[in-house]
Design a protein. Structure first.
Length: 369
């Protein structure tokens, strides 16, 4: 009896997997260190040339006075919100109901810092100015995520973002940017990182998502804010004796991939166009505004998995590795474009979507195997 292959296996064994930069294996670190001199000294408890140089470089990129490297974005953002809450003397903070802090951190913000989140907007769209106008007087800080990952990477238009920033400053509300994927939205906005970050009092970026480093995050803002964040970093256990493997990798891949963000964005727009040719699938947002988007369907999960396995086996194209149930009904998967996409021959891509549409037609006639 033939063993049934899983979607994950089919994707991993495909000739052309479409998502991301590549496998997260030891080669990622080996490549980053390939040209590093053996005499490079590591950092020690947050001090040393290797970490200080990178932090200065990131502060300049983001247009802020100072920056600090954290081992995780979860730590960095909780600390940022705690600092702003203390400064304003209010535990009330506000963010989107699908913020990472709300759905992926086991209530860390509430349990560790006793902050009181107010959820902005509904779950299907980004936060807008009209949402901020409904905030209570004593809210201390608003967190905006650009792009909003859990809804396919949607964004407010830049003029809306400017209006929200101006409104917060008028009301004395601090504004923090969850910019885990900030660098990936700059091509759509047509702005520099410094221009976008100027609208915010503090900003966090990831160095492993679109950048493709090992792990870690950067928190940036005014010098006094960053100095206070270092105190809390130590309190959280984030001052590891050395972080240089993360920093060397972050610096290396930042240099490699920051110039490619516009290409990743164009590639995502192109791939979304292929998905829109499939009647059984719906792209969200319809036209991507970054290198990522979500694809939704009302098919059964097993049906879509079977179709994608067939595509991988017949064409060598791995469309995705995981399909999830959506709490509102239906199924979806996430597409995030990186280096891999450029290696895919266009003829192969067109062949893959031809096979996919054939599979959907076969399903309609009851013959999909």
């Amino acid at each position: 009896m033939e063993k049934t292959i899983t979607l994950l296996t089919a994707y991993n064994e495909s000739t052309y997997p479409l998502i991301g930069h590549g496998k997260r294996n030891a080669q990622v670190l080996k490549e980053a260190f390939a040209n590093i001199d053996d005499s490079l000294n590591g950092d020690m408890y947050g001090s040393g040339k290797v970490i200080e140089h990178f932090q200065d470089k990131m502060a300049k990129l983001l247009g802020k006075e100072a920056a600090v490297f954290f081992p995780s974005g979860t730590m960095a953002q909780q600390i940022a919100l705690r600092l702003w809450s203390d400064e304003k003397g209010s535990k009330k903070i506000a963010y989107h109901p699908l913020s990472h802090l709300e759905i992926h951190e086991e209530d860390g913000l509430k349990e560790l810092h006793h902050l009181e989140p107010i959820l902005l907007a509904d779950e299907n769209r980004p936060v807008l100015l009209r949402d901020l106008k409904e905030l209570p007087e004593d809210v201390s800080v608003v967190l905006l995520e650009l792009p909003q990952r859990e809804i396919g990477g949607q964004l407010p238009e830049y003029e809306e973002l400017e209006a929200m920033s101006a409104y917060c400053r008028q009301r004395g509300i601090l504004l923090h940017l969850d910019g885990a994927r900030l660098l990936e939205v700059l091509p759509y906005y047509g702005k520099s990182a410094e221009e976008v970050c100027a609208l915010f009092d503090s900003v966090y970026i990831s160095v492993y998502k679109g950048i493709g480093g090992i792990a870690g995050a950067v928190l940036a803002g005014e010098r006094s804010f960053v100095q206070q964040s270092k105190v809390w970093k130590r309190r959280h256990g984030g001052d590891l004796i050395s972080l240089y493997p993360y920093i060397v990798a972050a610096d290396y891949y930042m240099e490699q991939r920051l110039p490619r963000m516009a290409q990743y964005y164009r590639d995502a727009v192109e791939l979304a166009g292929y998905y829109r040719t499939c009647g059984a699938l719906c792209v969200r947002p319809e036209v991507p505004v970054s290198n990522m988007f979500h694809v939704h369907s009302n098919l059964q999960k097993t049906q879509l998995e079977a179709a994608f396995i067939r595509v991988a086996q017949e064409t060598g194209i791995g469309l995705c590795s995981t399909i999830r149930e959506h709490k509102a009904g239906g199924i979806y998967f996430e597409v995030s474009i990186g280096d891999r996409y450029a290696d895919v021959p266009k003829a192969k891509l067109e062949e893959a979507f031809g096979v996919l549409n054939e599979a959907f037609k076969a399903e309609e006639s009851g013959s999909l195997e």
